[in-house]
Design a protein around this ligand. Sequence first.
Ligand SMILES: Cc1ncc(COP(=O)(O)O)c(C=O)c1O
Length: 391
Amino acid sequence: MNWVKEQLDELKNAGRYVPIRVLESSQGAEVVIEGRKVLNMCSNNYLGLAGHPEIKKAAIDAINTYGIGAGAVRSIAGTMEIHVKLEEKVAQFKHMDAALVYQGGLLANLGTIPILIGKEDVVFSEELNHASIIDGMRLSSAKKYVFNHMSTEDLDKKLKEYRKEGKRSLVVTDGVFSMDGDIAKLKELSEMREKHDTMLYVDDAHGEGVLGKNGRGIIDHFNLQGKVDVEMGTFSKAMGSMGGFVSGSAELIDLLRQKARPFLFSSGLNPADAASVMKAIEILEKDDSLIRKLWKNTEILQSGLRDAGFRLTSTKTPITPVVTGDEKKTVEMSRILYQDEKIFASPIVFPTVAKGVARIRLMPSAVHSEEQMKITVEGFERAGKKLGILN
Ligand SMILES: Cc1ncc(COP(=O)(O)O)c(C=O)c1O
């Protein structure tokens, strides 16, 4: 087992060993780490729903009614009425025919993609797709072609050339790119779907609760109902809880219930999580003030950082990546922010992003104050100067 230490040393020498900070409080604008209150600038709790009192109550009520665990895989004895109600709710919220709830977003991708395509088929994957999509494609054994980031032209060219290699074809993309914050050109991709007889699958993990009317996500944002075959998402980010889903035609969902491996071979989502998500959707349907607050904070943070001279990606969403480039410098920047500025902002390094474009990805939320956005910019300025990133 000596290789384990060798690999750890390799990571440390390359500056890619990321310390795992442990939270001693619930998620929120501030969190307690090592007994100190710090400003939390890197969780995905976009709307602050992870600590919302009505949602906590819904979870406790669900525990009282359904207990702690689902007790079995969904296909044997682990389907509870709360799962079915949630599936109906998600489908209605998303304006899709039907939905299937999984235990996480990663599992939704791993479970669904290999049902859509197999070894006789072909898949066209966006260059910056999330790791769970990549793993889902690997499990499918389909022949894979990667198209350039945001390039419908490259996709068109590759579909022309290679579509015929597969019986079925799937184009798969992140909706919002999680490390850059830009938004897929879903309208153009849906035109490719028509033109080249291919299915289209979008991972809306970072669009839920952020894009579209009342946070309905990317399909609603572009008004593309009926033009995308599968919308996948997670409940672990804006929804503040845990779990994932796919939505699509009723027949597809029916087939997934018979074949998707996380449905057949892993126990169902805990009832408290399902009830939390139901409540989160109800809150979003009623009122979009949290979403508006999220976007307002985003604007203050991003313009402040740009004005201070930091290089951000071409983000179009609250995802706010400050690109520092050098991996060691990025880890050091995160340490200074944490130690000196009491700002919790984890470094993102290879393999999560490519080498040379390491970054600190900031995530503003609806529960931050405008003042906290300004404090973050000022803290970044001081840390950036210490490290020579800013003059
Ligand atoms: C684009 C994307 N897809 C899928 C996932 C996985 O979601 P979950 O955390 O629910 O497993 C994430 C979360 O990291 C993500 O950013």
